[in-house]
Write a protein that binds this ligand. Sequence first.
Ligand code: COA
Length: 378
Amino acid sequence: MLAEAAFKPGLEGVVAAETRLSSVDGQAGELVIAGFLLEELAGNATFEEMVYLLWHDRLPAAGELADFRVRLAAEHHLPPATLALLDAAARDKAAAMDALRMAASTLSLGREGDNAERDALKLVACFPTIVAAYWRRLNGQMPIEPRADLGHAANYLYMLTGSVPDAAHVRGLETYLNTVVDHGLNASTFTARVIISTGSDMISAVVGALGALKGPLHGGAPGPALDMVFEIGDPANAEAVLRRKLEAGERLMGFGHRVYKVRDPRADVLAAAAERMFHDSGDTALYDLSRQVEQVALRLLEAYKPGRNLQTNVEFYTALVLHGLGLPVELFTPTFAISRVGGWTAHCFEQISVGRIIRPQSAYTGSKTRRWLPVESR
Ligand code: COA
């Protein structure tokens, strides 16, 4: 009886882990990452510093950071089996998230024994290489080898395009990667913790997390959020298009959040990054359109769904930042994964130190009085 009384659909409000990695205050609209307010970290840290902070609970000193960058760069290259898998996936025209999930699994090849630190480094280092190599193969181009002299974010853009990105683009991407690296016990992080809690390995945990991230209710929304802005095209159309969607019972992508009932602080950090990038590029038309669409969407959501507190979420401005960086929509969710793998691996380290399997209960709702009938009598 106790289990049934305690059942919470979607596990809403259930506390299933303790963590020092991030704190999400949905009422105050506050995100703290390893002790820092997001606004303090996102625009300052390199992604390498962010991952080091999550793994070690402190920012690296200069020598430690240099050493960490060298160790990551040494793991950037893909094993031949991974490249062969990406070729096969490209022939099949697999979605980029599926290619990333399959390729991540191949990182198990050739390693001896379980070593969570080694596997975490390999996963974080290889994600940008996998996504860039896959995108190029899918488009009939040869993959570009990573460069040891470029940072993690710069390398990703370089491997996609073949050009070394300028500082503004690198800063824009790092701000994005830092903003979405960790976010409490979201669905993919929970998945990773459940898997690692069974005594399974880091690569299995991250492959499971990738599967959870792919869904449109989690990491799959930024593409559709941008589609919606493009479909509207002109601020004058916003009201009619959004009303039609809401009247058809559709959800507006980029709005609403399980935890944030005020504005998602990540949306503000990314809105500012988008504004800087579009301003620097000299063309703010898409940025201006997005802000207008956002205002109309918020007004209509309050009218159609009063009291639900549906606010702009991180995906809305993610779409704008990633588009401004020149990334195709198909790579939005894989780019989210390039960041979030830092959080997943950090959570796995935490869960390993807890050393207890995650095994909740279910509330049985079926009958208990059925009687067996031989097959000929059914
Ligand atoms: N557009 C329109 N209505 C929405 C909505 C949206 N984006 N998000 C939630 N709602 C409505 C629901 O239809 C529901 O209405 P009802 O009470 O009349 O049934 C109500 O608000 C509560 O929704 P619910 O699904 O219970 O909220 P949740 O906490 O489970 O869902 C999301 C959170 C993120 C899954 C949900 O807001 C959503 O689907 N948003 C769009 C997808 C998206 O942007 N995802 C990225 C998340 S970072």
